[in-house]
Design a protein around this ligand. Sequence first.
Ligand code: NDP
Length: 240
Amino acid sequence: MSRVALVTGGSRGIGAAIAKSLKDKGYTVAASYAGNDEAAARFTDETGIKTYKWDVADYAASKEGIAKVEADLGPIEIVVANAGITRDAPFHKMTPEQWQQVIDTNLTGVFNTIHPVWPGMRERKFGRVVVISSVNGQKGQFAQVNYAATKAGDIGIVRSLAQEGARAGITANAVCPGYIATEMVMAVPEKVRESIIAQIPAGRLGEPEEIARCVAFLVSDDAGFINGSTISANGAQFFG
Ligand code: NDP
């Protein structure tokens, strides 16, 4: 039977590319989303991948959603914590609400996603955890104190989980994308986007599929000894 993979925020952008790539490789895939029902329905129509709605920032909702996925598809052996948001502002203008929303979704959301599946992975002596961090968690970024803090935190999470899970056959790794052509980046004003591209030696944004291929490798049997690592995929923008 094929392994079951959960991709949070798998209905759009990078998460959708990851979900499709894992399905193409023969995994049974579930994609979660927050509230954009139309995008999720369209994604399921196009791909046949089941989508599930819950807020990753809510522990009880995450536990319930994950239990539903497991009841439908079987035990989750692969989890990709991808769901994330930005609420950018220079630090002197950043509100406590902007800080908290990003912490709740991008950092606590990763805890809420992995914690419910971790005991099953330990019992079955197999698991693959991948967290989608960011180049801006490695190097920091103007107007992203909140976001950079969470994405740096993701790296601390996988390095710690790697040590806890290694003997139980569980790996935990992070992928740090550079700027990727998704709605998150296309929402940035064009002038800012142009200045971002000018700082990327590759001279272009990355494609979601380029991140999906990193994830597909990390969850494969071939990557069993890669644990606690960070893969940077950023067109030579930063060497982390
Ligand atoms: P998108 O904004 O394109 O998609 C975000 C996805 O996450 C959607 O499926 C969305 O669901 C879901 N989501 C958002 N908030 C929640 C929540 N609270 N609970 C559940 N699901 C949620 O994002 P990207 O594809 O651009 O980004 C994906 C990940 O990659 C993020 O963690 C981001 O930080 C990271 N990243 C992105 C980069 C980029 O250049 N795009 C660069 C580096 C890292 P819904 O459709 O319902 O809103």
